[in-house]
Design a protein around this ligand. Structure first.
Ligand code: CP
Ligand code: NVA
Length: 308
């Protein structure tokens, strides 16, 4: 029997998302105060990685430790998802021993297949389509900095990638307007833009795609960016460097946004490409808050999905 999974930002309703964010805030205060909260004692998280990671691995592993549970790292050479054995058999086997699975994969169908066959919750820790855990942490960060989502104007600058696509859904879900500003040819999937636009109509979020960087960023409350070439796109890196030239968060772009605009980057960053190093170190930058909030948001997510 399938358990509730989190493959997309859309897999939680707006009230559920706000509940998880509230719990994330509470867990953050408990960590700060040194209050133990072993709510997953005796439980085990299986972490499947087809790609490298710093934040995702550390935040999930530390999160399980803080919750009194245990995490097992299964790297690219350990289980060889879909090569050594099928996604179905991996899901069924892990479900017999572990209580929750997180997977970072290339094709979204791999994490969807795990969720289809597992009898424990499956969490998408980045696929080619979405990075929902990142966006949960980003929403927590925006809430901390801005105190609200409604009326906020956020712009994602650069590639219309997995992070951009989840960000569109995050804004649409909670009533925050999101524009993806990207060079022609690097737009997010049309089906996701259409879907997020319809969701946004119900919540008051304006969802848009623009090829005009400066116009899109004028008056923005939040400027968000990510690398020009994602993991798995290494062969396109040179072409992308050319195509994305100038698509950078820097002082000139910050000058057209609101003076208190929050700067976001999911990291890892390529300084001098999608973001200027100096811009990333201004008081406006919340990039390391985002990184820390991965810990709190994902702990809250696991507790929600596991009903603990
Ligand atoms: N932002 C993020 O997911 O970082 P890692 O790739 O280091 O996990
Ligand atoms: N878009 C990037 C995000 C890394 C956290 C990638 O997929 O590589």
């Amino acid at each position: 029997m399938a358990s509730p999974s989190y493959l997309s930002v859309k897999d939680l309703t707006a009230p559920q998302t706000l509940e998880v964010l509230q719990l994330a805030g509470q867990l953050k205060r408990e960590v700060r105060a040194g209050t133990p909260h072993p709510r997953l004692a005796g439980r085990t998280l299986a972490m499947i990685f087809q790609k490298p990671s710093l934040r995702t691995r550390v935040s999930f592993e530390v999160g399980m430790t803080q919750l009194g549970g245990h995490a097992i790292y299964l790297g690219p050479s350990d289980i060889k998802l879909g090569e050594r054995e099928t996604v179905e058999d991996i899901a069924l086997t892990i479900s017999r021993m572990c209580d929750v699975i997180m997977a970072r994969v290339f094709g979204h169908d791999s994490v969807a297949g795990l969720a289809q066959h597992a009898t424990v919750p499956v969490i998408n820790a980045l696929s080619d389509r979405e990075h929902p855990c990142q966006i949960l942490a980003d929403l927590q960060t925006i809430q901390e900095r801005k105190g609200r989502f409604e009326g906020i104007k956020a712009v994602f600058v650069g590639d219309g990638n997995n992070v951009a696509q989840s960000f569109l859904y995050g804004g649409a879900l909670l009533g925050m307007s999101v524009t993806v500003a990207c060079p022609r040819g690097y737009e997010p999937l049309a089906e996701i833009v259409t879907d997020a636009t319809a969701m946004g109509r119900r919540t008051g979020a304006a969802i848009a795609v623009s090829n005009d960087l400066m116009a899109a960023c004028r008056g923005a409350d939040v400027l968000y960016t990510d690398v020009w070439a994602s993991m798995g796109q290494e062969a396109e890196a040179a072409k992308r460097k050319h195509d994305f030239s100038g698509w950078q968060i820097d002082a000139a772009l910050m000058a057209v946004a609101k003076p208190d605009a929050t700067i976001l980057h999911c990291l890892p960053a390529h300084y001098g490409e999608e973001i200027d190093y100096a811009a990333s170190r201004t008081p406006n930058s919340a990039i390391f808050d985002q990184a820390e909030n991965r810990l709190h948001a994902q702990k809250a997510l696991m507790l929600h999905l596991m009903g603990a």
